[in-house]
Design a protein around this ligand. Structure first.
Ligand SMILES: NC(=O)c1ccc[n+]([C@@H]2O[C@H](COP(=O)([O-])OP(=O)(O)OC[C@H]3O[C@@H](n4cnc5c(N)ncnc54)[C@H](OP(=O)(O)O)[C@@H]3O)[C@@H](O)[C@H]2O)c1
Length: 308
């Protein structure tokens, strides 16, 4: 990895980002607040699209407690409502200023709930929140990214993607639904979309890097994981997992460095659950260029609002 220094005690040392504008999804809580805190702390103007205005304001307060001069702006975004995604795209395009880095970090896993849920747009809820909403957002603001001098998109996947199965003919996940399968499939779809985005726009100067945070037991998502885990797994999580700030490090490295093709940024510790970020070979599931092209076509059709 080149382009950033990693200090064992303080983590990733970011360069001066005062000339940059970044957008981080899911920055109202958990790992996303820490990604936004680091980028804004390095001087970037940070756009934080959030679905809960109050939580967004709390996140801003938490970041400003460390960085009183941080340039932060929250915007409304519910990835599970395409109208909300399109509305944010419209506002950012109207504003017209380039965006240098986008971190696709928001995510849900409804582990406490065995029922399959559909979004208001009719897609399985993990599929839309974690993948499709993000894809429509990025495709919508692509002109703003391409207007930046060295645009970067960071795609937050998960260890769960390593064993994911994605059936694009069953995007409502009617067959064999479990929340974990739906979550894993959505993260695989998001990663495949990101890789295809990188391939298609490399010649425009756009770089895309995947990463995963390991396991951070003290976040909103992990509360569901905790509730459903055995005591031994919970103990293991507490021993081997990282804090949200540590779990933010792979995304920060992915945002700032050139990641080699076929690789992504992950925690280096046991089982990949925590530890300083390193580059590793991408999960084999991400080698599927045919599915990547299908995911890309679906996202494109939905972004153009003429999906079937
Ligand atoms: N923690 C882990 O162990 C772990 C492991 C692997 C991967 N990850 C990934 O890391 C990322 C961050 O997760 P986290 O652990 O920080 O979880 P978290 O604390 O639950 O944060 C998730 C963020 O996503 C936002 N979000 C959820 N649904 C949304 C929607 N419909 N529209 C807009 N924003 C939405 C949440 O907003 P609200 O504040 O409104 O809920 C929150 O800001 C996720 O992509 C997750 O899949 C986490």
């Amino acid at each position: 990895m080149t382009g950033v220094r990693i200090d064992r005690s303080t983590g990733v040392q970011l360069p001066d980002l005062r000339a940059e504008r970044v957008l981080v999804t899911g920055a109202s809580d958990g790992i996303g607040v820490e990604i936004a805190r680091a980028l804004a702390g390095a001087g970037a103007e940070a756009i934080l699209p959030v679905r809960d205005e109050w939580k967004g304001a709390q996140a801003v307060k938490r970041i400003r407690a460390d960085h009183p001069d941080a340039a932060l702006a929250t915007h409304e975004l519910d990835l599970a409502r395409l109208a909300s995604v399109r509305s944010l795209v419209g506002r950012l395009l109207e504003d017209g200023r380039p965006i240098d880095r986008v971190v696709l970090n928001a995510g849900i896993v409804l582990l406490g709930d065995r029922h399959r849920h559909l979004s208001v747009d009719g897609y399985e809820l993990h599929f839309q929140t974690n993948f499709l909403g993000h894809a429509v957002l990025v495709l919508g603001i692509l002109p703003l990214l391409l207007a930046a001098p060295a645009p970067k998109v960071v795609v937050q996947v998960s260890l769960a993607a390593a064993s994911a199965r994605l059936d694009l003919d069953d995007r409502y996940l009617i067959e064999g639904y479990t929340p974990l399968r739906a979550y894993a499939a959505s993260k695989l779809a998001l990663g495949l979309f990101g890789l295809e985005l990188g391939r298609r726009h490399a010649s425009d100067g756009l770089r895309v890097a995947l990463c995963h945070p390991g396991i951070a037991p003290d976040t909103g998502i992990a509360a569901d994981l905790r509730a459903k885990s055995s005591w031994s797994r919970r103990l293991l999580g507490a021993r081997l997992g990282g804090t949200p700030a540590q779990a933010a490090q792979p995304a920060l490295v992915a945002a700032m460095t050139d990641v080699a093709p076929g690789r992504f940024v992950v925690p280096s510790g046991l089982l990949g659950w925590s530890g300083p970020p390193v580059e590793a070979k991408l999960f084999r599931r991400f080698d599927d260029e045919e599915s990547a092209a299908r995911v890309w076509n679906l996202a494109g059709r939905v972004a153009r609002a003429d999906a079937d």
